[in-house]
Design a protein around this ligand. Sequence first.
Ligand code: NDP
Length: 260
Amino acid sequence: SPVVTCSAAVSPAHLCGVLLSAMSRLAAVCGGSRGIGKAVSRLLAEKGCRLAVLSRDGDAARATVASLHGADHVAFSCDVSKEQEVQKTFESIQKTCGNISYLVNAAGINRDALLLRAKPEDMVAVLHTNLLGTVLTCRAALRCMLHTQGAAIVNIGSVVGLKGNAGQCVYSASKAGLEGFTRSLAKEVASRNVRVNLLAPGFIRTDMTAGLKEEDGVRSIPLGRFGEPEEVAQAVLFLLESSYVTGQVLVVDGGLQLAM
Ligand code: NDP
């Protein structure tokens, strides 16, 4: 239970604010500066969470934080693929903001190419960001999540990780790896009441899909359109707030998987 000390000059309204902030859940969103992560940050802030928004570009993370509902949000510049950076960032989050209740891993990149044409440095970047990055942030965040009631992690995978796609071998491998990782971690930490789930989006309208022609892509989507980041955020919220769902993959793809 939070301990709040105050001087006699503090007004009841201020004290109320301090208490609320001490009691509201802290959510860390990796890749929270743009796209799906930004929509997740926005929704969680509207639901009363305090946010720690992480991305490589600290200015972009700060801009996101400035746009969020409520106060007490913080931005961190952090490359999730770098072990020491991740470790230091999560120590700093715990020191300045307290224990993390929710972790959302939405940091990701794609460098799509047929395998025979793929550059080794691109393969390493994709695997290190999407797969290793998620492993590292989960490990760093878990240390304090084990002490938080109702803690939960949502990793963002992809339908491509479940079904495969020509031209996306390495990206697909990074996302398929997240499925095994998520299910295993869910088993490891269930006894500590921490839940871990994977959300697998289809085509979502963000910077990552900006280069795609939507009219080509939508032919294979039963709902006939790309999804919006806010629609993924709603599903992330469900997984975070549920109490009896763990080790699962939730597909949010407008039915795309049915046609793959
Ligand atoms: P965006 O490109 O819009 O956003 C990616 C986010 O990740 C940015 O905030 C970016 O910030 C951050 N990021 C990238 N690399 C790193 C890194 N090394 N360390 C920290 N942060 C990083 O992508 P989306 O929102 O579309 O994608 C979010 C997740 O959803 C990804 O994992 C993606 O693979 C997955 N996904 C997306 C789909 C889509 O159709 N959009 C479909 C299926 C899955 P910065 O560049 O400043 O670091």
